[in-house]
Design a protein. Structure first.
Length: 661
């Protein structure tokens, strides 16, 4: 067994590998860029080595610097995590030349499966079902048009060296094909240094289901069941679960056998994942093989009890697998939600900034894999994932309920985040029923997510909670010591609570540990409020049932996030509400002639010039953020008055980019 392992990665996956190293008594070495000098993985590791500036191309992707770090620290092996150099054959070769073990598959397997075109050929030869499409790289638009016409629209454009949704586009028509090919090539060139793309048929009503495989250097290879990864946005997975609510035993067995057959065809050892697209009739087709640990590996660990990182380390050290296919048992249900720093209401644009408040939920069956901490920062240079929040239960319904409850108990303040969206998604009837496809989010929510309005009992419950909290805050202030008069002030009991344009008449009466709240002369709610002013979480037992919510205080009330909705409550005494009603409204600033940056990023290209007439939908510029290119288009007809930036500039959120006449 190794004495010291270097982790050639950052964030939550680096922290995850360090935990398994500790479990095995192995010392760990972290590498970091300038942006990650105070990162959690650097704090957790036994040793650390600086690589370079924040951009990955100048730090985490420098093979020679990582090899030097191994030599300087005496690390005997390297775990690459996922992303960065994890599927780069040249990296494994460089480590081998330096006498350092690569905790991953052989170079031949990486090369064969890392090229989507070559992997598709090998899959066909191994008897694995594949999607109709071309096996040759395409760069010429005319050739792409011809092939797409032969296959039939819709088609999928994929970068041969792509991954993580980068270099991938769906084209429903010829016009979308040409634009998609250009975007896919550009993203692939910037992310992987390889702009080769290919085209295949886009399967309608598709599910994304993958098989986890595990092999050793002694010819043993097994699979650990499947993961359902159909809930995706822009080809990035959002919710994953194991097992799949769609597969039957026969399909699971067939998919598992084909995945193992493909792994054996390339002499695979270590952990890997064979991804399939599955249609509504349970026909499945090979997509690609990821020759690394997957982001969503925790759900497989939870239902099988197998520590995949530990197994990867043991295999790399030459040990045989300690279990056979007959030993694999899927027990219970696990579900993972990826918590991202993003703005769902702004089209899920990435968000950055310091985590002013960060509190993780706790409880039975809850697991969190993260690489951040309170006071840490989400950088513009890397993927915006904050954490992976997992829940385990006896069945699917139990896992969903536990995950939703954990989200309600998760506090993140600073950058924008997707917690409300995740909760709303998990409660969607179609999700609960298991009627999933890779188009689920686009079909149900479109390009953005607006907080749903509260209705019925949930509305009354939140109004009651918010008003009771405001009453507790005001009455606590009245109890301050050192007043000129010793006469106690009467507690406030009657309030006007505003939610949008709606005013609720609320009565609050404290009775020992309990609080009785009446909203609009409705039935009284008996509430036991577990909250003190200043706390970011509230737990309220209302008529015997516990409800949790995230609370952000405002000057006259609270913003309460609960069950996938967010409510901004203003709670006033009735006299104060009468005075506020007479105040003139504050005028809104006119930004209709300004093009503002929706997020921090790098200007890749400016497509217009001063004095140029523009039309609705016309491309104005391309902004790169979190390794993805975003096209900003004109929202109205007009004329460009002034260009405030140039290609290569780094911009901040809401910065003025273009002024319109």
């Amino acid at each position: 067994m190794f004495d010291k392992i270097l982790i050639a990665n950052r964030g939550e996956i680096a922290c995850r590998v360090i935990r398994s190293c500790r479990k095995l008594g192995i010392r760990s070495v972290a590498v970091y860029s300038d942006a990650d000098a105070d990162a959690l993985h650097v704090r957790m590791a036994d040793e650390k080595v600086h690589l370079g500036p924040p951009p990955a191309a100048q730090s985490y992707l420098l093979i020679d610097r990582i090899v030097e770090a191994c030599k300087a620290t005496g690390a005997q092996a390297v775990h690459p995590g996922y992303g960065f150099l994890s599927e780069r054959a040249a990296f494994a070769q460089a480590l081998a030349a330096a006498g350092v073990a690569f905790i991953g598959p052989p170079v031949g397997a990486i090369e064969a499966m890392g090229d989507k075109i070559e992997s598709k050929r090998l899959a066909r030869e191994a008897g694995v079902s594949t999607v109709p499409g071309t096996l040759d790289a395409i760069s010429d638009p005319e050739e792409a048009r011809r092939i797409a016409g032969e296959i039939g629209y819709p088609v999928m454009i994929k970068a041969s060296a792509g991954g993580g949704g980068k270099g991938m586009r769906v084209a429903m028509s010829e016009d979308e094909l040409l634009d998609g090919l250009e975007r896919a090539q550009s993203e692939a060139r910037n992310s992987f240094g390889d702009d080769r793309c290919f085209i295949e048929k886009f399967v309608t009503e598709p599910r994304h289901i993958e098989i986890q495989v595990l092999g050793d250097k002694h010819g043993n290879c097994i699979h650990l069941g499947e993961r359902e990864c159909s809930i995706q946005r822009r080809h990035q997975k959002v919710i994953e679960e194991a097992p799949s609510p769609f597969l039957d035993a026969a399909t699971r067995k067939a998919m598992g056998e084909q995945a193992v057959a493909l792994a054996r065809a390339v002499d695979y050892c270590s952990a890997g994942t064979v991804e399939f697209i599955v249609d509504g009739e349970r026909n499945f087709y090979f997509l690609e093989m990821n020759t690394r640990l997957q982001v969503e590996h925790p759900v497989t660990e939870l239902v099988t009890g197998v520590d995949l990182v530990e197994q990867m380390i043991r295999v790399a050290a030459g040990e045989k697998l300690s279990l056979t296919q007959d030993d694999v048992r899927l027990t219970g249900w696990a579900m993972e939600a990826r918590v991202y720093a993003e703005e769902p209401s702004k089209g899920f644009l990435p968000s950055t900034g310091r985590l002013v408040t960060y509190r993780e939920p706790e409880g039975e069956g809850v697991r969190i894999d993260t690489g951040i901490y309170e006071g840490g920062e989400v950088s513009m240079f890397y993927d915006p994932m904050i954490a992976k929040l997992c829940a385990f239960g006896d069945g699917r319904d139990a896992a969903i309920a536990r995950l939703r409850d954990a989200i309600d108990g998760y506090v993140i303040e600073g950058p924008g985040h997707n917690l409300l969206f995740l909760n709303a998604l998990l409660s969607h009837p179609r999700f609960v029923e298991g009627r999933l496809t890779t188009g689920f989010i686009a079909e149900e929510y479109g390009d953005r997510f607006d907080d749903p309005d509260l209705e019925g009992d949930a509305l009354i419950r939140v109004v009651a909670m918010g008003t009771a909290m405001r009453a507790r805050t005001l009455n606590r202030a009245k109890a301050i010591s050192g007043r000129m008069s010793d006469q106690p002030l009467k507690p406030d009991t009657s309030f006007a609570t505003l939610l949008g344009d709606t005013v609720f008449d609320v009565e609050v009466v404290e009775d020992g540990h309990d609080t009785r709240v009446t909203v609009n002369d409705g039935p009284a709610l008996t509430m036991r409020l577990d909250w003190s002013p200043g706390q970011p979480l509230v737990a309220a037992v209302i008529d015997g049932r516990t409800w949790r919510a995230h609370v952000h205080r405002t000057p006259e009330g609270f913003i309460i996030s609960h069950a996938g909705s967010k409510a901004e409550l203003t709670v006033r005494r009735h006299r104060a509400q009468e005075m506020a009603r007479r105040m003139p409204p504050k005028p809104q600033a006119d930004t209709s002639k300004m093009v503002l940056s929706p997020m921090p990023g790098l200007i890749v290209r400016v497509a217009v010039a001063p004095g140029q007439d523009i039309k609705v939908g016309q491309e104005l510029l391309v902004l790169e953020a979190m390794k993805m290119e975003n096209v900003l288009r004109a929202e109205t007809d007009g004329k460009v008055e002034k260009i405030e930036i140039a290609a290569g500039d780094t911009v901040s959120s809401d910065q003025l980019l273009i002024s319109l006449a």
